[in-house]
Structure formats: structure tokens, C-alpha cells
Design a protein around this ligand. Structure first.
Ligand SMILES: Nc1nc2c(c(=O)[nH]1)N[C@H]1C(S)=C(S)[C@@H](COP(=O)(O)OP(=O)(O)OC[C@H]3O[C@@H](n4cnc5c(=O)[nH]c(N)nc54)[C@H](O)[C@@H]3O)O[C@H]1N2
Ligand SMILES: Nc1nc2c(c(=O)[nH]1)N[C@H]1C(S)=C(S)[C@@H](COP(=O)(O)OP(=O)(O)OC[C@H]3O[C@@H](n4cnc5c(=O)[nH]c(N)nc54)[C@H](O)[C@@H]3O)O[C@H]1N2
Ligand code: SF4
Ligand SMILES: [Mo]
Length: 691
């Protein structure tokens, strides 16, 4: 029997509505055969991308983890065992680790795969907290810690994430983000091409700042916008110059008088004084006329939105780019209002109704092996994980929905550290490089086998919205929910992590979801019964200024950021810089082998290739101060001379080998330097080039 069921895709933050086709055979097996876009979904209107449509193949992945596995030592073969045996053993190891080294001996890394598991992630977090461990790591600190940092320093609360207003008729500036491929960084953009078209159709203008002629840049230009191609990591200069000029003429004086301090504004103006048009044009490589045109557009637009992404969050000047992006919006009176960037309070979080206590710093001292890396937002930067293991402070690691050996710097060093652990417990859906060396591999239910509401995406959508999905198929093989695994471990350690102190078998996934909806203006039965399946509330403008900002003012000149601005001003330009790129068919390491990933390898401008004797298809060695990889070169005039663009999420080549856990790590956030990384490229095998 064939049946269809509505759901939503939980691969990326766009949260597209989908319709899943399942073939139920007479012997009781269910085969997921197709995923298509849900035309009735009010936010995604039938759109899906290659990755979402590949969910059936992901669900039936040839390397799906079906058994509970354990191995005595890394490098030895894994053997299947029962759930009871594995959980007893892991609980015993955790108890002994805490007894011998204290609660911080146990660490957890939560990757992008668990961020969408609305029951699993909170219970996993509660498990770590129940032990008293502070050793929490998440993929946020190898992605974008500049965003919560700037939110905390300027807005008083790290949870403030600027959100594009899809109805804007102003200027939208995409800086270091390529939503046509990525579907957004901290703003989920389903159907990005149509969304961007709609913005220009309703009077808005879209410009892109990116060293590469991206798909988004090409689209923007076709719609009358422009593409500025600066040297990598020089974006801050463009934004600094805009703020400097706007403070001189074109600022929203009433907004500034109400929401900033005059002394702070004077300080900003003084710090930005050196960044004249001439200086900025020379250092960025952008012509003065293009810069002037941008300034005129900013001055004349009814609202300005600066949407940033990993191209800015992974560079060494990440924090100041993000800060200056906020300043452009504050100075033009565009922040926290319609037509500019507003703040999605979240359907679950309802931050406008339950405002946080703002104005406190979340920074606490860093871990013993890296005391200079403050613990912020309740987590330790991923760059400290390897040294914490090497120092013997951590002896047990849970990797939940993550792939550290393809996502972190120095994968070889990290693998050696993992080999020293008492236990490396990997909880995942599909085998990856880390599960291959784990002592315990626990098979999780995938998104089609569980009920969910949007979790990480709650406040990252362009609307205050939510939707419920039931499981599409029952879990098969040994797949179990992540919340169940941690609740079972906790039970063995004498704790309950579930509502009302219940045992795991007394709880349903729906009860856990109902608990998450505690603050929402709607309970689970009403959400489930909603006629369209998706609840969309009105956007909320102005709540941050009214209810969150300490004293009602943006702190526009925080000391730490001013210091970093001064440091950036003296940085020397370098020769060839590596910039990251995402592939249409994969999500980091996920979906490799399932979809046609897109062209990988390293892409560089023909001018840079020619001088090095590199041709299309040449095998090249790419090296940085941290390490080297071998890969295939592609010549691409869309990549700016002086830059080379490479993807991550692969074991060969593993872009992490070019990054360092120490050199270049950001002093305020611990973020690894991944974009604008100085590299060298040399021809390895001259016979490999295609004529
Ligand atoms: N298909 C697909 N979608 C994905 C992912 C994936 O792997 N594949 N990953 C998901 C994840 S985890 C994330 S975090 C998001 C990321 O989403 P985005 O941030 O939109 O990521 P990218 O598409 O890599 O875009 C980054 C852009 O920054 C540019 N860039 C590099 N250096 C600089 C610089 O110095 N200045 C400027 N202005 N630009 C620069 C790059 O050329 C690139 O075009 O995407 C998500 N969506
Ligand atoms: N050099 C370099 N390094 C980078 C980046 C870069 O651009 N360049 N990008 C960085 C960024 S933005 C990010 S977000 C990180 C990504 O870092 P990670 O999140 O650690 O990496 P992913 O490859 O996305 O791994 C996600 C894992 O979750 C699993 N998974 C998927 N669905 C589920 C599920 O429902 N349940 C469970 N339990 N598991 C599931 C997948 O099988 C996969 O193994 O990498 C970062 N590292
Ligand atoms: S854009 Fe994201 S949410 Fe939408 S189908 Fe693709 S992967 Fe899924
Ligand atoms: Mo990410």
C-alpha cells in the first residue's frame, strides 16, 4: 500500500514543508520512496532542494547504523551488542570517569545533526548538566560564535539573531553568504531564488559582497543589484567606511538619540576616522565609484539589512564585521524594525513575552588546558576539545549528531586524542569518520522515525512559526530515540531527565514536545490540529528596544570589539587566501555518496593557476601553516585572483588539515580561522592536467 504523509525537512534551517511517500508492503516493511515539496506549506510553497529530496536514500542509507556496536580499542573491528549491555557499560564508564576525575571528565559535542532533534537535544543537554559537567561543545563554535558575541556585547543578550524582513522594500546586503546554495546561514531561506526575486519585485534592492561570483551574486546582478568582489577578510573596511560616512551625513538622528549614547557614538566616529575612501578602496580592491554608489543606496533606502554568513564568521575579523554590520543597521535606524532586520523571538521561546535578563556577560574562565579561551554562552569553544583530552582532563566524549573528524581543525591530532579516551560514544544515523574509531556506536532514529517541532530553527526562520510532524515510519532495526538513550543512561546513574521524573518507557515523544511548547501561545493538540499544519504568527517589531536592551540603548562601542578593530587596521595583506564553499548536494559531511554533491576540489582563478603551471584537473598540494592536503584543481574565473575556494566535510581532502586549533584562533570566541586562511598551492603531478 502506498501512503503519503506531510512533514517538514530537518536537514537545514530552511524547514521546507514536504510530502513523504511510503510503500508499506504486506510483510510489514516500510520503504520510503519519495519526498516532494508540500505545495500547501505557507512558508515554502512546494519548494525542496536536492538534499531534502534525498531523504529516502538517507533513510535507507547503505551505511546506515542499524546495530549497537562496541569495540575494545580504536582500529579493532566493531562487534554488535545489545542495548542493555552497551548502556550498562557506558554508564559504568561514565560513573568511573566522574569518580576518578570529576564531572568535567565527561564531555559532549553536539553537531548540526542533533540540532533538529527536538526531544533528543534537550535531554542530552540535561544529561551533561545532571553530571555537573561544564564540558559542552557544539558546532556553533566552528561556525559562527561572532553572532552571539556581538548580540551579547551590543544588545545585552546572546540570543538576539537579526532576521531579514521578507517584506522589505529597502536594501539587502548579503555579505559572505550564498543563500542560493546554502539556503541561509542564521536566516533560513526556503526557495531562495523566488524569495530574492520577490524582494526586488516589491521595490527592494539586493547587493552581494563576496570574493567569488556566487550563484547569489549572479542572481542579484540579474535583478539590477551589484556584486562587490573584495579581497577576502576586508569586508569590515567597507562597513567601517559606510558607518563613518553615515555618521557624517545620512544617519537616523532620532533613532540614534533614542537608542544610543552620544559618548559611544563619538567613540565610534573617532575609531573609524582613519578609514577614508582612499584607504578602503586600496585595501579592499573595490573601486571608489562602486563604494560611493553603495553609500548613496544605503542613504536613500527606506531600510538596510546586512545578512552575513560563514564567509564573514570564519574570517579573523569575524567579530568586527558582525559588529559593523549591526552598526550600519543601527546608524540607519534599521535594526529591530520592519523593513530592516528584526529579531524573531521564536515560536517556542517567545522571547518578546518572556524577555531574558540582559546585560550580563556570559563569559566564564576557559578550560585548564586553554585558560585564554573563555567559556561563553554555556559552552567551551571546540578549539579547546583536543587539548582538554590530551591533558587528560576529559576521558569520555559523547559525539551526538556530529562529525568532528571532518569538521574540526587538525583531524589527525584529534584522532590521536580520541584514541586515548576511556570511551568515545558516537550517536548517529549513518557511519562517519568518527563512528569508525568510536568505542561505542549507538544507532539513532532519523528524522523520518521521530516526531519533531523546529528546534534550532525556532528563531532562525523568517517568520514566527512552528509546525509539528509525527514520525513517518516506525523505527526499525536497533534505532532508538536519542532522548531515550540519555534517559536510560541517567536512570542507571540514579537520575531522571524526563518530565515528572518519569521512566523512559512511561513517556511518549509527544509528551516531550508538549513540554517544549510550555511558553508558546498554543498547546500541542491545537498545533497538531491546525488546518494548514503550520502556525505562522505576526512578526514582532521593536520588542528588543523596549524590553531587552539595558537602558534602552545599543552599546555601540564595546571595548573588546574596539580593540579588535585596532588590531585589524594594522594587519598585513597576504598572497593567496583560502575561502570556504558549500556544495549543493551535501550538508557538511552529510549525504556524501547519496546525492551528486557538486564539483569539489580547489577552485582558483586561471591567473593564479597559470603562474604555477596548474591546469584544469591538475593534482595539487595545498598547504598552510597548519598542514597540507592533496586535491584536484579546477580553474574558475568566478573566483577572485588571490583566493582559492574549497569545501569541507570530506576525509580526502580534509580541509580541517589546513586549520589550526591554536594559531589564529579568535581571542574573544575561540573560533577557528577557516576563511581567508593564507595558503600555498603547488603542482604535484604535471601529468594530471587536462589539455
Ligand atoms: N547545500 C548546502 N547547504 C548548506 C550547507 C552545506 O554544506 N551544503 N551547510 C549548512 C551550514 S552548516 C551552514 S553554517 C550554512 C552556511 O551558509 P553560508 O554562510 O551561506 O555558506 P556558503 O554558501 O559557504 O557561503 C559563504 C560565502 O562566503 C564567501 N566568502 C569567503 N570568504 C569571504 C570573505 O572574506 N568575505 C566575504 N564577503 N565573503 C567571503 C564564500 O565565497 C561563500 O560564497 O549553510 C548550510 N546549508
Ligand atoms: N574547514 C572547514 N571546516 C568547517 C566548516 C568549513 O566551512 N570549513 N564549516 C563548519 C560548520 S559551518 C559546521 S556547522 C560544522 C559542521 O560540523 P558537524 O555538525 O560536526 O558536521 P556534519 O558533517 O554536519 O555532521 C552531522 C552529523 O549528524 C548526523 N545526523 C544527521 N541527522 C541526524 C539525526 O537526526 N540524529 C543524529 N543523532 N545524527 C544525525 C550526520 O549523519 C552527521 O554524521 O563544520 C565546520 N567545519
Ligand atoms: S532547503 Fe534545507 S530544509 Fe529545504 S529541502 Fe533543502 S535541505 Fe531540506
Ligand atoms: Mo554550520
Amino acid at each position: 500500500m502506498i501512503r503519503e504523509q506531510r512533514s517538514f525537512c530537518r536537514i537545514c534551517v530552511a524547514m521546507c514543508g514536504i510530502v513523504v511517500t511510503v510503500d508499506e508492503s504486506e510483510n510489514g516493511t516500510s520503504t520510503v520512496t519519495k519526498v516532494r515539496g508540500d505545495p500547501d506549506h505557507p512558508l515554502s510553497s512546494g519548494y525542496t532542494c536536492t538534499k531534502g529530496r534525498a531523504l529516502p536514500q538517507y533513510h535507507h542509507h547503505p551505511r546506515r547504523i542499524d546495530d549497537v556496536l562496541r569495540r575494545d580499542r580504536p582500529g579493532t573491528a566493531a562487534v554488535a551488542c545489545g542495548w542493555g549491555e552497551a548502556l550498562d557499560e557506558v554508564a559504568t564508564i561514565v560513573r568511573e570517569a566522574v569518580r576518578d576525575g570529576g564531572p568535567d571528565s565527561v564531555a559532549a559535542y553536539f553537531g548540526s545533526g542533533i540540532g533538529f532533534d527536538s526531544c533528543g537535544r534537550p535531554v542530552a543537554e540535561r544529561f551533561l548538566a545532571s553530571l555537573g559537567s561544564q564540558q559542552k561543545y557544539t558546532s556553533m563554535t566552528v561556525d559562527t560564535p561572532c553572532k552571539p558575541l556581538v548580540a551579547e556585547l551590543v544588545g545585552g543578550w546572546s540570543g538576539l539573531m537579526p532576521t531579514l524582513d521578507p517584506a522589505t522594500d529597502g536594501l539587502v546586503l548579503f555579505v559572505g553568504t550564498n543563500p542560493v546554495v546554502s539556503h541561509g546561514h542564521s536566516n533560513g531561506l526556503s526557495d531562495p531564488v523566488q524569495r530574492i526575486r520577490r524582494i526586488t519585485a516589491s521595490g527592494g534592492t539586493v547587493w552581494v559582497i563576496d570574493p567569488r561570483r556566487t550563484e547569489t551574486a549572479t542572481l542579484a546582478v540579474s535583478l539590477g543589484g551589484q556584486h562587490l568582489q573584495p579581497r577576502p577578510s576586508t569586508d569590515w573596511l567597507i562597513l567601517a567606511w559606510l558607518v563613518r560616512e553615515l555618521l557624517a551625513a545620512g544617519a537616523d538622528a532620532a533613532y540614534l538619540a533614542a537608542h544610543t549614547s552620544a559618548a559611544d557614538l563619538d567613540r565610534v566616529a573617532a575609531e573609524l576616522a582613519p578609514f577614508t575612501l582612499e584607504v578602503v578602496a586600496r585595501r579592499t580592491g573595490i573601486g571608489p565609484d562602486q563604494l560611493r554608489a553603495l553609500l548613496e543606496l544605503v542613504r536613500s533606502s527606506p531600510g538596510v539589512s546586512v545578512v552575513t554568513g560563514t564567509g564573514t564568521s570564519m574570517q579573523q575579523t569575524a567579530n568586527i564585521v558582525e559588529w559593523l554590520a549591526w552598526l550600519v543597521q543601527i546608524v540607519t535606524g534599521s535594526l529591530d524594525r520592519d523593513g530592516g532586520m528584526w529579531f524573531n523571538p521564536g515560536f517556542l521561546r517567545q522571547a518578546h513575552r518572556f524577555p531574558p535578563r540582559a546585560g550580563r556577560s556570559s563569559a566564564t574562565p576557559g578550560p585548564a588546558s586553554r585558560p585564554e579561551l573563555a567559556r561563553r554562552f554555556g559552552e567551551i569553544p571546540c578549539s579547546a576539545l583536543v587539548s582538554e583530552i590530551e591533558a587528560g582532563h576529559i576521558t569520555v566524549v559523547f559525539v551526538v549528531g556530529g562529525s568532528p573528524l571532518t569538521a574540526f581543525p587538525e583531524p589527525d591530532r584529534l584522532a590521536a586524542a580520541f584514541a586515548r579516551l576511556r570511551a568515545l560514544v558516537v550517536i548517529d544515523v549513518v557511519e562517519n569518520e568518527t563512528s569508525a574509531v568510536a568505542t561505542h556506536v549507538l544507532p539513532a532514529t532519523d528524522q523520518l522515525e521521530r516526531a519533531d517541532v523546529p528546534l534550532v530553527a525556532d528563531g532562525l526562520q523568517l517568520a514566527v512559526a512552528s509546525q509539528y510532524t509525527a514520525a513517518i515510519v516506525a523505527p526499525t532495526q536497533q534505532h532508538r530515540p536519542v532522548w531515550w538513550m540519555f534517559a536510560e543512561l541517567a536512570r542507571r546513574l540514579g537520575q531522571s531527565l524526563l518530565p515528572g521524573g518519569k521512566d523512559p518507557e512511561e513517556v511518549t515523544e509527544d509528551e516531550l514536545i508538549a513540554d517544549l511548547l510550555g511558553r508558546a501561545a498554543m498547546d500541542l493538540p491545537s498545533l497538531r490540529a491546525h488546518p494548514t499544519g503550520v502556525v505562522v504568527e505576526e512578526p514582532v517589531f521593536g520588542w528588543v528596544r523596549e524590553r531587552v536592551l539595558p537602558g534602552g540603548v545599543w552599546r555601540v562601542a564595546p571595548d573588546g570589539l574596539v580593540d579588535q578593530l585596532r588590531q585589524a587596521a594594522t594587519a598585513e595583506p597576504t598572497d593567496l587566501l583560502l575561502i570556504p564553499r558549500r556544495l549543493p548536494g551535501t550538508m557538511n559531511s552529510q549525504l556524501r555518496g547519496v546525492t551528486a554533491a557538486g564539483a569539489w576540489g580547489i577552485r582558483l582563478n586561471p591567473a593564479d593557476a597559470g603562474g604555477r603551471g596548474i591546469g584544469e584537473g591538475s593534482t595539487v598540494m595545498v598547504s598552510s601553516a597548519a598542514g597540507a592536503v592533496t586535491t584536484v584543481a579546477a580553474l574558475d574565473p568566478r573566483v577572485q585572483p588571490g583566493t582559492a575556494s574549497m569545501t569541507h566535510g570530506w576525509d580526502d581532502p580534509n580541509a580541517g588539515r589546513l586549520a589550526s586549533s591554536t594559531a589564529g584562533v579568535d581571542a574573544l570566541t575561540g573560533m577557528v580561522h577557516l576563511s581567508g586562511l593564507p595558503i600555498r598551492i603547488s603542482l604535484l603531478d604535471p601529468t594530471t592536467a587536462q589539455p
